[in-house]
Design a protein around this ligand. Structure first.
Ligand code: FES
Length: 121
């Protein structure tokens, strides 16, 4: 069985340093899932766009995320705040929980689900 994802999630060019964006990807199942992707310098992290509090999307409209002055990601539903290193909830109704991480890797200026990038030639 091959990977369902033969395309990169996105080009690094469209993800400014410090930014958070939403992309859709197929992980295991048939349906595309919404992911939150964050870039910090050369490092890119991704999580499911699902809040551990009540399972709602984190964005208030597709791809529109609230950020605190400190750079935390704030769930649009009830205000849970997440740090963007490990996806831990540091304030709000699910404090102590964490976003579900999705492994990604950067190769040739593009972001891929881990294991789905073509082998380097
Ligand atoms: S669903 Fe995110 S804070 Fe309630």
């Amino acid at each position: 069985m091959g990977s369902l994802n033969t395309e990169p999630l996105l080009s690094l060019d469209v993800l400014a340093d410090g930014a958070v964006i939403e992309v859709e990807a197929r992980l295991d199942g048939e349906d595309a899932e919404s992911l939150v992707v964050h870039r910090q310098g050369a490092s890119v992290r991704a999580w499911l766009n699902v809040c551990p509090h009540a399972g709602r999307r984190l964005d208030w409209a597709p791809g529109q995320f609230l950020r605190s002055r400190e750079g935390l990601l704030v769930c649009a539903a009830h205000g849970a705040s997440f740090e963007l290193e490990g996806g831990q909830c540091v304030a709000g109704p699910c404090r102590g929980d964490a976003l579900r991480a999705v492994a990604v890797e950067v190769r040739d200026g593009r972001v891929w689900l881990a294991g789905s990038a073509p082998a380097a030639g």
